[in-house]
Design a protein around this ligand. Structure first.
Ligand code: 5GP
Length: 203
C-alpha cells in the first residue's frame, strides 16, 4: 500500500483557502480532511463536527494533557489544534490528508514528520486585495479584522519556510486548486517515494 502524505495548506485569513480546499476535495475525492478542534465560537452557518470540533478552553487543555493533539497554536486569543485521531484514521488507509492550519502548526507538523509532510502557503495576490477580502466577509468586528490583517502579514513573511507558495488570484480559485493538485501529484513522484517501483527493475 502506498503511504499517504500530509499536505499542510496555510493561508492567512482572506487568502481564500476555504474555497480552494473545498475545490481540491471535490477534485480528489480520496483526499482526507481533518476537522480541527478550536475554542473559538462558531460563526453563523458553521456546524460542530463539520467545520470544527468547537469546545471550551478547559476541554481543549484536557486534550493537550492527554497527548491527543498532533499540533496546536493559540491564534487571535483562541486555541486551534489537529487531533491525532483525525490524521491517523486517514493515513492508516494509505490516503493523503490535507491540514488547513496556520504557520505555527504547519511548522510543527513539518518538524515532527518531515518525510511525509509537504507545506503549501496560499496567498492573496497583494495586500490590498487581502484587506478587501477580510472586510468583505462582514462577520467580524473591526478590531478583529485589524488583528487578523496584522497576523496575516506576519504569516506571509514566513513563506520562506514553506515548500511551495501558490497565489490565489481573485475569481481564479479553480486554477489555484489545480496548481495544488499538481503539487500533490508531483510529490508522489519524487524519487524517494518511487524507489520501490524502480527497485523492481533491479531484479
Ligand atoms: P478561522 O478562525 O478563520 O477558522 O481560523 C483561523 C486560523 O486558524 C486559520 O489560519 C486556520 O487555518 C487556522 N487553523 C484552523 N485549524 C487549525 C488547527 O488545527 N491547527 C492550527 N495550527 N491552525 C488551525
Amino acid at each position: 500500500m502506498k503511504k499517504g502524505l500530509i499536505f499542510v495548506i496555510s493561508g492567512p485569513a482572506g487568502s481564500g483557502k476555504g474555497t480552494v480546499v473545498k475545490l481540491l476535495r471535490e477534485m480528489i475525492p480520496t483526499l482526507g480532511y481533518s476537522v480541527s478542534a478550536t475554542t473559538r465560537a462558531p460563526r453563523p452557518g458553521e456546524t460542530d463536527g463539520v467545520n470544527y470540533h468547537f469546545m471550551s478552553r478547559e476541554d481543549f487543555l484536557k486534550l493537550l494533557e492527554n497527548g491527543m493533539v498532533l499540533e496546536y497554536t493559540e491564534y487571535c486569543g483562541n486555541f486551534y489544534g489537529t487531533l491525532k485521531s483525525e490524521a491517523e484514521k486517514v493515513l492508516a488507509e494509505g490516503r493523503d490528508i490535507i491540514l488547513e492550519i496556520e504557520v505555527d502548526g504547519a511548522l510543527q507538523v513539518k518538524s515532527l514528520l518531515p518525510d511525509d509532510t509537504v507545506t503549501v502557503m496560499l496567498i492573496a495576490p497583494d495586500r490590498d486585495e487581502l484587506e478587501r477580502r477580510l472586510r468583505g466577509r462582514g462577520t467580524e468586528a473591526d478590531e478583529v479584522i485589524v488583528k487578523r490583517l496584522d497576523r496575516a502579514i506576519e504569516e506571509v513573511a514566513l513563506a520562506e519556510k514553506y515548500d511551495y507558495v501558490v497565489t490565489n488570484e481573485t475569481d481564479r480559485s479553480e486554477e489555484c486548486a489545480n496548481n495544488i493538485r499538481s503539487i500533490i501529484a508531483a510529490e508522489h513522484l519524487r524519487y524517494r517515494r518511487m524507489k520501490d517501483t524502480v527497485d523492481i527493475y533491479r531484479g
